[in-house]
Ligand binder design. Structure first.
Ligand code: FES
Length: 180
C-alpha cells in the first residue's frame, strides 16, 4: 500500500501535456502515478484535488478508484481483501466486513429467503450505490483519476469532509504509508 503526496499530484498534473486540466471545459484529470508503480503496489491512496482521499486499486488487470473510507463507519478500505460475491468483485471492509463492488460502489448483502425454513437459504441483494466510485484513465503509462462529481449524495461522502479527515488522521496516523 502506498500513499502519494498531493504535491506530486499538483506538479505532474500541471506539467503533463496530455492532461486536459488546462481547459476549463474538460473534466480535470488528476495524476495518481505511473501505472507500473501502481501495479507493483496494488493499492495507492492519494488526496485528490486537495479535498478527496481516493483509493486506486489494481486487480486482475483492471484499475479501480473509490473513496478510501468505507461508507458504513469510515473503515480504511485500503486494507480490505478483494473477493468475488455472486459473480461481482468486491472489496471487503476490514472493520465490519461490508462488501462493496469495485466497479459500482454498491453495498451487497445476503438476504434470508424465509427465516422460518431451516436450513436457511440466502441470496445476494444490493443496497444500491453506497461508495463513491471515480473514473480511472491511463495515458502513456500515467494513471489519472477523474472525480465523480455527481451532486447526488453518496454515503461515503460523509468521510470526505475536512472535519472528519482531520479527526481520522489524528486518531489513526498512516504509519504504514510511504511515498513512491
Ligand atoms: S466501517 Fe466498513 S464495514 Fe463498518
Amino acid at each position: 500500500m502506498v500513499h502519494m503526496s498531493s504535491e506530486e499530484e499538483t506538479s505532474r498534473t500541471s506539467s503533463s501535456p496530455s492532461s486536459p486540466s488546462s481547459s476549463s471545459s474538460l473534466p480535470t484529470l488528476h495524476f495518481i502515478g505511473k501505472k507500473e508503480d501502481i501495479v507493483r503496489a496494488r493499492r495507492v491512496t492519494k488526496l485528490v484535488n486537495g479535498c478527496r482521499e481516493v483509493l486506486v486499486l489494481y486487480h486482475q488487470g483492471q484499475l479501480y478508484a473509490m473513496d478510501t473510507r468505507c461508507y458504513h463507519s469510515g473503515g480504511d478500505l485500503q486494507d480490505g481483501d478483494i473477493e468475488e460475491f455472486n459473480g461481482r468483485l468486491c472489496i471487503v471492509c476490514p472493520w465490519h466486513k461490508y462488501k462493496i463492488t469495485l466497479a459500482e460502489g454498491e453495498g451487497l448483502y445476503q438476504a434470508v429467503e424465509n427465516p422460518t425454513v431451516k436450513p436457511l437459504r440466502t441470496h445476494w441483494c444490493s443496497k444500491g450505490v453506497k461508495q463513491r466510485i471515480h473514473k480511472v484513465t491511463e495515458n502513456n503509462g500515467d494513471v489519472y483519476v477523474m472525480l465523480n462529481d455527481s451532486i447526488d449524495p453518496i454515503e461515503s461522502d460523509i468521510y470526505q469532509t475536512e472535519k472528519y479527515r482531520t479527526a481520522c488522521f489524528k486518531v489513526q496516523p498512516k504509519v504504514k504509508s510511504k511515498k513512491l
